[in-house]
Write a protein that binds this ligand. Sequence first.
Ligand SMILES: Cc1cc2nc3c(=O)[nH]c(=O)nc-3n(C[C@H](O)[C@H](O)[C@H](O)COP(=O)(O)OP(=O)(O)OC[C@H]3O[C@@H](n4cnc5c(N)ncnc54)[C@H](O)[C@@H]3O)c2cc1C
Length: 361
Amino acid sequence: MMDTVNTEVVVVGGGVVGVAVARQFAMRGAQVILIEKESSLGSCTSARNSGVIHAGLYYTEYSLKEKLCLVGKELLYQYCADKDIPHSAIGKWIVSAPGQESRLEEIYQRALSNDVPISRLSAAEMRREAAELACSAALESTSTGIVDVQQLVHSLSLDFEEAGGLVHCRARATSLAVDGRKAILTIEDGTTIVADLAINAAGLNALELLPDPMSPDLENYYLKGSYFSYSGGVPFRRLVYPLPAAGGLGIHLTFDLSGAATFGPNTEPVGAPEFSVAESDVHAFVNAIVHYWPNCDPSKLSPAYSGVRPQIIGRDGVVNDFIFWGKEIDPKFPVLSLLGIDSPGLTCCLAIADQVFELAQ
Ligand SMILES: Cc1cc2nc3c(=O)[nH]c(=O)nc-3n(C[C@H](O)[C@H](O)[C@H](O)COP(=O)(O)OP(=O)(O)OC[C@H]3O[C@@H](n4cnc5c(N)ncnc54)[C@H](O)[C@@H]3O)c2cc1C
């Protein structure tokens, strides 16, 4: 049977960003429906990342990524503390190889100008901190952390439902159209949702749902990143990052909250999202890791998981920022699409929710 449902706000996409946005509107008193195509929330890109709370060291000056990462990091630490969500301000070292020191210095200066806590460590100081870490110099960021993303999504969704929000999983949106001041969302089962405002937070699928005829000149650029787990101990107490590489932050060492070590992600453009991990990539991983950890034992690396960055290409190439499309062009437009919500989207989720709420007023 085909139903029509009316609501104030509908959010498409139950990743960490969609849930945070839906929660924000519901907690401010709006009637909100959250639509997710999978059987559970937070199972797409939000479950396939490094789980790192970024300090805000890398992003283009005045970009949304920079602004929302600096604010989002604080909001996220506070939220995790308030709700007892497993997290740790474990900190990270960014290490340079000989000849890369000027790039390390740029990150240091950037951190200083953004008031992000940062310290320089010489190679000798670093040897005292971590004897097995090879580098010519390093930076130490103490406000970088890790978070249990599944518990974060679960907590945000509980807040949402407690505020009266409705979650519909296994509901794929097939089209999002505009009729005057209303957004019209069609679900695969034939249900139509008519809303004053639709937030398109469909991650890797967000571009497909842009309402015609106002679609901007943008294309998807899917960048896959694979991870390898490391069995056995790793002799480092902080996350370890090389200098950023094209398309990502370089193959780095992260830990989950149980202390298990993972290396990744690499960067591999793919025509469509797919989540296999090629065992043969282990060679490239070892080559990257031994630059900073020569004692890495290749036999302890095993394929773990992969994620796909929802990057966007515009007229001038890859857009290196979040795009909030719709309301900024026409304040009355009833659809707001969140595009290119790549890293540090997890760190920024609560700040994005605040910003989206402001844009919608
Ligand atoms: C390899 C990698 C590493 C990363 N590492 C970090 C990190 O360490 N720290 C950090 O801050 N960020 C990181 N990120 C970025 C972060 O993971 C994302 O920015 C964040 O998860 C985006 O959340 P989202 O809700 O926008 O997207 P998603 O989690 O992808 O959620 C979108 C949801 O929409 C649903 N959906 C799609 N189409 C439809 C439809 N038609 N109908 C209904 N539902 C639909 C999907 O099923 C999905 O659940 C990383 C990303 C990648 C790929």
